[in-house]
Design a protein around this ligand. Structure first.
Ligand code: G6P
Length: 606
């Protein structure tokens, strides 16, 4: 995915346009560029690298003008090169375009345009857009019609913005399956892939829907339908997030800041109305089958949800990774699909929900980003209210999602009769104690976690093992370490180890084991078998556990002692500890914590 933005103002926009793509950088950051109109037409400057570096190299701040668009890229078609960076222009340089998404028929369009003597400079799919518009203009079409005609020609997904020499006081934009939002300011207006593009400048926004295009000036905007040009009346939204929430606030990285925000995010997730949770629970219980889905971290959140539905409500609610969902699950009418997504824009998860809609299956989603495609697509949405998560690595949003799923499982437990109301209340109390426990842990134990990471960061191969609810925690913890520390970490059920992977155990492989408290006797004993098996083969175990007596055990080569907590919330403490561990591994290894290589915050492509 990529980030696009645009500003039109009666003042010079260079600085604000740069800020806007800087705030979108988590959507992709291999290259970037800006196009600002001056009296000769759009001036395009772009290059590879992070926004701050390119801005310096290409002197973004020396640009000058009132109308402009910008882009920060996560490459899909064409390598990371200066020419593949956006904006792209037409042959005579009078039109500049930025695009987020994938144009599936670009090869055919490019061939057609090449025959008509258009010259392409890049390998991107996006470059066909300015040339298509130019082609329609040559045929005598007015600019607006030419823009719309080009949108009609392209297949796939897009959010597109254009500026052109002949209409210096307008930004044209349109969307299909990639997000696009208009921000409304005073004597200036904005467009962006999400609110972060203009959150510093305004809180008033209009969310565009698929099949719409807009013409934005510094004084207003008009939204119309691509299919027939009919005007669309849009609701103006007030965005609760404020610019401060998107800043680092004294923390060296967003990742650390967001880990430390978790007591607040848990409180927010606990303050979601009972009615919303009951609605989800009712849907889960009354459906023929319920599927949980998400991908990456949100799949692991969903998987953890599956364990809680089993333990708290006694029902089987499979979690299926959304990238594989349609191929391995036979959802049918009467089923219920509950998706989990921080961004609400992830292609794989949207694909499942769109297909569910086609099959007339009820859908709901737990989503963080207000106005996102998923939030608007599903029958029921629960907004998790975690605030902006800027680090590409998801931490606070994932924990909030798990809290919401646990609340839903508890509610479902009451409906199925597995839990008495009093038991549910007691468990909710345990959840309510979590923010303080996390806060204490972060304040008192982060030094230990830091030291542990420093001692262990030179090991390049890891197994992360857990049983029961600690299995999805192990998977998520391993994903974090891969994403942010670039170390090989394989998450696995501790019971699965003996069925093959145990052959890898030697002095070089580190095994991080999530050990439940002795109170969960069966789980504890089974996890300990794995610890013994590893030791018996000369392997080294790093334990994450909460037992003071066990802390002296010779079976552990190193350890992280968690404060005690009830079994319901202990896996969540382990999750927070593992987030912090991956953070400190990454800082010890001098990784780019907030923008790890090759990743993007939400992946809006197949
Ligand atoms: C990308 C991100 C992951 C994230 C996944 C799902 O792959 O790099 O960190 O877990 O998308 O994103 P979502 O926004 O749907 O939660």
């Amino acid at each position: 995915m990529c980030g696009i933005s645009g500003i039109i103002s009666n003042a010079n926009i260079a600085k604000k346009l740069l800020d806007s793509i800087q705030n979108l950088e988590y959507r992709g950051y291999d290259s970037c560029g800006m196009a600002i109109l001056n009296s000769h037409g759009p001036i395009i400057r772009k290059n590879i690298g992070h926004v701050a570096d390119v801005a310096e190299k290409e002197l973004f701040l020396s640009m000058n003008g009132n109308t402009g668009i910008a882009h920060t890229r996560w490459a899909t078609h064409g390598g990371v090169t200066p020419v593949n960076a956006h904006p792209h222009a037409n042959c005579d340089g009078s039109i500049a375009v930025v695009h987020n998404g994938i144009i599936s028929n670009y090869v055919k369009l490019r061939e057609m345009l090449t025959k008509k003597r258009h010259t392409f400079l890049s390998e991107t799919d996006s470059e066909v857009i300015p040339h298509l518009i130019e082609e329609y203009r040559k045929g005598g079409m007015p600019l607006e019609s030419a823009f719309v005609a080009a949108l009609k020609d392209i297949e796939g997904s897009y959010a597109v913005a254009m500026v052109a020499y002949e209409k210096p006081w307008k930004i044209f934009c349109g969307k299909h399956e990639s997000p696009l939002i208009i921000g409304l300011g005073k004597n200036e207006n904005y467009i962006g892939s999400d609110f972060n593009a203009f959150i510093e400048f305004t809180k008033e926004a209009v969310v565009m829907d698929d099949g719409e295009y807009a013409i934005v000036s510094n004084e207003g905007y008009a939204v119309k339908k691509i299919v027939n040009g009919a005007p669309v009346l849009k609701k103006v939204m007030h965005v609760e997030w404020d610019a401060e929430m998107s800043k680092k606030g004294g923390f060296p990285h967003y990742m650390l800041k967001e880990i430390y925000e978790q007591p607040e995010t848990v409180k927010k997730a606990l303050s979601i109305s009972d009615a919303s949770i009951q609605m989800l629970a009712q849907n889960v219980v009354s459906a023929e089958r319920t599927y949980l889905t998400g991908v990456g971290t949100t799949f692991y959140a969903a998987q953890l949800g599956q364990y809680y539905f089993a333990s708290e409500a006694g029902i089987n609610v499979p979690a299926v990774s959304s990238d594989e969902f349609l191929e391995n699950s036979a959802m049918a009418k009467g089923d219920f699909v509950l998706a989990v997504s921080q961004s609400g824009e992830t292609y794989d998860t949207l694909r499942v929900l769109r297909e569910a809609k086609n099959r007339k299956i009820r859908t709901a989603a737990i989503v963080n980003v207000i106005g996102s495609t998923m939030a608007r697509l599903v029958d029921d949405v629960v907004m998790q209210g975690s605030g902006p998560e800027i680090c590409v690595i998801s931490t606070k949003a994932a924990l909030a999602q798990v809290i919401i799923l646990i609340r839903t499982a508890l509610e479902a437990g009451v409906i199925t009769g597995k839990l008495r109301v009093s038991e549910k209340k007691q468990k909710i109390k345990q959840l309510e104690a979590l923010p303080q426990q996390i806060s204490d842990f972060l304040n008192e134990h982060s030094g230990f976690v830091h030291n542990l990471a420093e001692r262990q960061a030179h090991h390049h191969n890891w197994l992360f093992l857990g049983r029961g609810k600690y299995y999805p925690i192990a998977l998520e913890a391993a994903l974090k370490v891969k994403e942010v520390a670039y170390l090989h970490a394989e998450g696995m059920p501790a019971g699965f180890l003996k069925h093959g992977t145990i052959a890898l155990i030697d002095d070089n492989l580190r095994s991080l084991v999530f050990i439940p408290s002795e109170k969960e006797e069966a789980l504890y004993k089974m996890t300990m078998s794995a610890v013994e098996e590893i030791n018996a083969r000369g392997g080294k175990v790093i334990g994450i556990h909460s037992s003071k007596t066990f802390a002296k055990s010779k079976l552990l080569a190193d350890q992280l002692l968690l404060p005690p907590a009830p079994p319901l919330v202990m896996p969540l403490m382990a999750l927070v500890a593992s987030q912090l561990f991956s953070y400190f591994l990454a800082t010890t290894l001098d990784r780019n914590v907030d923008k790890p290589r090759a990743l993007a915050k939400s992946v809006t492509v197949a």
